[in-house]
Ligand binder design. Sequence first.
Ligand code: NZQ
Ligand code: ZN
Length: 380
Amino acid sequence: MNNFIFQNPTRLIFGQGMIAQLSKEIPADKKVMITFGGGSVKKNGVYEQVIEALNGYDITEFWGIEPNPSIETLRKAIALGKEKNIDYLLAVGGGSVLDGTKLISAGLLYDGDAWDLVQKGSSDKTIPMGTVLTIPATGSEMNNGAVISRHETQEKYPFYSNFPVFSILDPTVTFTLPPYQIACGMADTFVHVMEQYMTKPNQSRMMDRWAEGILMMLTTIAPLVKENQQDYDLMSQFMLGATMGLNGFIAMGVPQDWATHMIGHELTALKGLTHGATLAIVYPGMLRTLIDKKLDKLLQYGERIWGITTGLPVTRATIAIDKTEEFFRNLGLATRLSEVNIGDDTIDEIERRFNARNAAYGEDGDVTGAVAKQILLNCK
Ligand code: NZQ
Ligand code: ZN
């Protein structure tokens, strides 16, 4: 097991009706800016619950943080926050609103253009933020990551800052999610776990079992959620599982991959594909490309998640990859680039970008531009 430091300071507040707890979490003397997406929270009662819970607070609202939050929008939020002397942020929405708010929280204490912070990759000077999460997927509610886009140049990069002080997860708010967003959220959670698990065998029995626990939960509930997404128990498990998939708990002391995410971010930046949808395409192609080096872990995964116990090792691993692709297809997602009309020009551009930044992703740092191209060719 590798050395590691673990600390996750986010207070998780979980369950139906818990949005009413907001005033216990945010000091009454704070000047609060509440950040929102495009308006889904006005249709499902979340907005009213938040405003009611913060009755009497000094509140500024900022609307319009879009999916794949852009620096262009976030600059406006930072300018408004500075003008109003905001000293507390509350993000109400999905991963995009939460991620965007993480950059706002750093941008409010920075004099220059916030894109500098994204390019630097991190900032530890931030003002406190809390969240009310409305879509299980990213884990942003309990991690310090964010991913910020720049429309002008079609770029999208990770940025690390603060953990939310608290996050409120009420599973009933997910009842209004479009089925496509649920599918993308499940694919995202599944691939988060895989990026921390599908590396090398015999690193940590406990991390393996925790990761496999989340994978098993997802493969079990996915078809049931399709039947009834208003089942409180099912959506509770999905919501907690998505948080546990990317809050550091399954990453202690083990190698991590993340090559699929980095390729996926390029597909979003260049073609506008939803985050989870990029992963459902790239992940099976990545496994097909790197089957030899990941063979031993694929055998463990195939046996424990899909019950594959007979056949030659390569055959078993291939079946495990096919099962993974089938899982994404059963969610209702495309798993091939051709289905979303992405062709060789995009593949070549991603290779060029990876080469230009000397990219070396994956648990061994060997997913270069050339390997990324091979992966994408195996996603056709
Ligand atoms: O904007 P509104 O109107 O709120 O609508 C949103 C949006 O259109 C809608 N929605 C959210 N909750 C809803 C709802 N509609 C009805 N009912 C509800 N309860 O769903 C749409 C998608 O929202 P978004 O926030 O974009 O989804 P998600 O949570 O999947 O976030 C995706 C972003 O997070 C980044 C992705 O790259 C992408 O930019 N990620 C962040 C990570 C992190 N911080 O650790 C890790 C991930 O790997 C990921 O990269
Ligand atoms: Zn993701």
